[in-house]
Write a protein that binds this ligand. Structure first.
Ligand code: FRU
Length: 571
């Protein structure tokens, strides 16, 4: 081969990315060496030539690098794909990112978000997502953090992704917020990471304090411990510190000890809930601290709840909120919400239910009055809520470990944001009022009620209908190319009938005994959310894949449906 030919061959493996950067830009990138024989390298250049480079040694997992471009301008990033593999690159400016979000420069087919611009549910810009974390309003804006792995569409070493909003519906993606220890990020071997947790406004100044579980599989003596970190800029978390290095002793707990949820108790002290498991069943642990900053002094108070009926392997993601009055008032009722990992409802075959128990909380003990399923569809898992002014706002992961797990790939979403109200002795979880701002135009207000099929323009619609009598039977047929899907009211109650084209028997997604009058159903690419009677019953189900529901048809006795409206939705 001549010299000239060699050069051409080399150049074909060079990849170039271009960015027009404002001054003081920050680039985040994750790259790895394609072999341990040589480093992976990225060069940064502009018209004047190369002005910097970064390199990595690891050939097993993508390593994180930060590169600052102080001068801004047109910048080229270039790397040789024979030596270097790039997973993600984005840029932002520290001064503006809360207003503008990040600008994505690169993802791979293996971690790219699905291309569904009409979809209105929150999804990460790349990679895998599960639980919402640290959900709250800080510096005036709603912030959502979430369990995240950047380099694939499967669960792996957990980081906290981050997004900011002004209405809980339209989100701007932020830089990755919280990183696990370097030891954990060395290999994508699913040993753990920065697991779920919560956040509070920083007491010491502007910013937030986050609480999370660090999991290191098979670490002795504890595989799960609790950490805290602060962030004054709301962009990246600082150095984390251990606050609870051990489970409480003599409580016969399994190693499950996770998902710290921190909130202010009725006595004004910071409290923390943790999910665990004992010989008796699922456990929620209560801790508290006298430290006004919540940074230290955490002591074990009690087992707040022990759940013996559902054969869980652990309670996950507990949260506790005052639901009908101020936290400090003794008459206020509180709602305790938690996920039942691996628990199964024998009657319906549904797994991993989320329960909500309403009762009294005096700061030390919780006395339940009644219990309800948070969501009969079960794909509203790891739900997390906080009190925003006068309302509770919460969100869940629009999936469940039943469908997924460390070996199964798919991009996931969050549920619509929901409010929580206690009305006539029952919890109601309707979508927040602002969800009406998704309505773009009316597709129909006569034909669906009249028994005709309605063809949908795309996969994003809201269907509302009202029955003449509560509990009047109907079948809403939703035609989808890949799955069988119906919403029905029958003698059993209100149900989502969902089945995939395989031999597995599907669970029966049933709100037993429900006799609703008003139905509000949100369809999106990959999901259905059913709200009946202002959220008295809520059912959320992930739909496999991203094909839209193509048409809908409502079957009922003549006169049973009083009116129906179909809205096209727009994110
Ligand atoms: C719930 C959960 C949490 C854990 C996290 C790990 O979905 O299992 O208990 O902290 O996911 O990603």
């Amino acid at each position: 081969m001549h010299d000239g030919e060699l050069k051409v061959a080399e150049a074909a493996t060079i990849k170039r990315l271009h960015a027009d950067l404002p001054v003081n830009s920050t680039i985040h990138l994750w790259m790895k060496a394609t072999s341990s024989d040589h480093p992976g390298e990225m060069a940064f250049s502009n018209q004047r030539g190369t002005f910097g480079d970064v390199s990595v040694r690891n050939a097993e997992e993508y390593e994180f690098r930060i590169f600052q471009v102080y001068g801004g301008g047109a910048v080229e990033l270039s790397y040789d794909t024979q030596k270097t593999s790039l997973s993600v690159a984005y840029w932002f400016t520290q001064a503006e990112v809360l207003d503008t979000g990040i600008t994505l420069l690169h993802t791979n087919p293996g971690n790219a978000a699905p291309n569904i611009p009409d979809s209105y549910h929150f999804r990460p810009p790349f990679g895998w997502m599960n639980d919402p974390n640290g959900f709250g309003r800080y510096g005036g804006r709603p912030h959502l953090f979430y369990q995240h792995y950047s380099h694939g569409l499967t669960w792996n070493t957990m980081h906290w992704g981050h997004a900011v909003s002004s209405d809980y519906l339209r989100w701007r993606h932020m830089p990755i917020f919280l990183f696990p220890s370097e030891e954990l990020t060395a290999r994508p071997d699913k040993r753990g990471g920065a697991f779920s947790g919560s956040a509070i406004p920083l007491v010491e100044g502007p910013g937030i304090r986050v609480f999370f579980t660090e999991q290191v599989l098979d670490r002795v003596p504890e595989q799960q411990i609790q950490l805290t970190a602060t962030s004054s800029d709301l962009i990246m978390a600082g150095q984390a510190e251990v606050i609870l290095p051990y489970r409480p002793v003599d409580q016969s707990l399994t190693p499950d000890f996770r998902d710290p949820y921190v909130f202010r108790g009725p006595d004004g002290l910071w409290k923390m809930l943790l999910g665990s498991q004992s010989d008796a069943g699922g456990v929620i642990l209560l801790y508290e601290t006298q430290d006004a900053t919540a940074a230290s002094g955490w002591t074990f108070v009690s087992k707040l709840l022990v759940e013996t009926r559902h054969k869980t392997t652990a309670i996950e993601c507990p949260c506790l909120l005052p639901v009908d009055g101020p936290a400090a008032a003794p008459e206020t009722r509180w709602v305790l919400i938690f996920g039942l990992m691996n628990g199964e409802d024998q009657a319906t075959g549904r797994k991993n239910l989320t329960l909500a128990v309403v009762g009294h909380f005096d700061g030390k003990a919780f006395t339940g009055e009644f219990e309800q399923e948070l969501d009969f569809g079960t794909d509203n898992y790891a739900f997390q809520a906080f009190v925003d002014g006068n309302t509770i706002v919460g969100m869940g992961w629009l999936a469940n470990w039943v469908d997924t797990g460390p070996a199964i790939d798919f991009p996931t979403a969050m549920t619509l944001p929901r409010a929580i109200h206690l009305i006539d002795g029952a919890l109601h979880t309707p979508p927040i009022g602002a969800a009406e701002s998704l309505r773009s135009h009316i597709l129909d207000r006569t034909r669906l009620a009249g028994g005709e099929a309605i063809t949908l323009v795309n996969g994003a619609v809201e269907i509302l209908f009202e029955l003449a009598e509560p509990g009047a039977h109907f079948t809403l047929q939703l035609n989808h190319p890949e799955v069988e899907l119906q919403v029905v009211v029958n003698d059993d109650g209100l149900a989502i009938k969902y089945s995939e084209d395989d031999q597995k028997k599907s669970p029966y997604y049933l709100a037993r005994g429900a006799k609703p009058k008003r139905l509000r159903i949100f369809l999106d690419y990959g999901s259905i959310e059913v709200f009946a009677d202002h959220g008295r019953w809520a059912g959320t189900k992930r739909i496999k894949g991203f094909e839209p529901v193509q048409s809908v048809w409502l079957a009922a006795e003549p006169g049973a449906v009083e009116r129906a409206i179909v809205w096209a939705l727009k994110p």
